[in-house]
Write a protein that binds this ligand. Structure first.
Ligand SMILES: [Zn+2]
Length: 165
């Protein structure tokens, strides 16, 4: 049917990532490439890049904010768990090149906010994770335009320490 855009839903509802990727690889290429294609409720950074590779344009997911509220920050070197003791005296930011307000504070301070039950911790980490996802997809867009998306995707997977799905 001639819709303005198309969504893939009912996917990523608890199945294994390999199954999700298999269904996505079957479904997404069948949707018209001149219309927005939306994958509902996905997901981890590696899932987003796999979906972009299959032609998906739009996402929504609770992961950046839900994980942020639980003291987990996404980074180019994989997730950071700020409740861990190793961050107690860490004066460095989550990511030095991130422009978000959380990255103007130290990991030690952010950890302190979580340990003290201060709401500012979940707020700042949610902002960082949303910034991370926006920068990730801006990078993907630029890589597509420069015709080097696969290089970009594999570089990110290496940084995260993630095997190709
Ligand atoms: Zn940040």
């Amino acid at each position: 049917m001639d819709f303005h855009g198309y969504a893939i839903g009912g996917l990523s509802v608890g199945e294994e990532p390999a199954d999700m990727y298999r269904i996505l690889r079957t479904t997404a290429p069948r949707l018209p490439s001149d219309r927005p294609r939306y994958l509902m409720g996905v997901g981890r950074p590696q899932d987003l890049l796999e979906a972009v590779r299959q032609g998906i344009d739009l996402f929504d997911c609770v992961m950046p904010t839900r994980n942020g509220r639980n003291a987990m920050a996404f980074t180019d070197r994989g997730p950071l768990r700020l409740r861990n003791l190793q961050h107690e005296r860490d004066a460095g930011p989550i990511e030095p090149d991130c422009p978000c307000p959380a990255c103007r504070r130290s990991r030690g301070y952010l950890r302190h906010l979580f340990m003290a039950g201060e709401m500012l911790g979940p707020i700042l980490l949610s902002i960082h994770n949303l910034t991370y996802y926006q920068r990730l997809l801006a990078g993907a867009r630029a890589a597509i335009e420069a015709d080097r998306f696969e290089e970009f995707r594999l570089g990110k997977l290496r940084g995260w320490g993630v095997e190709e799905g």
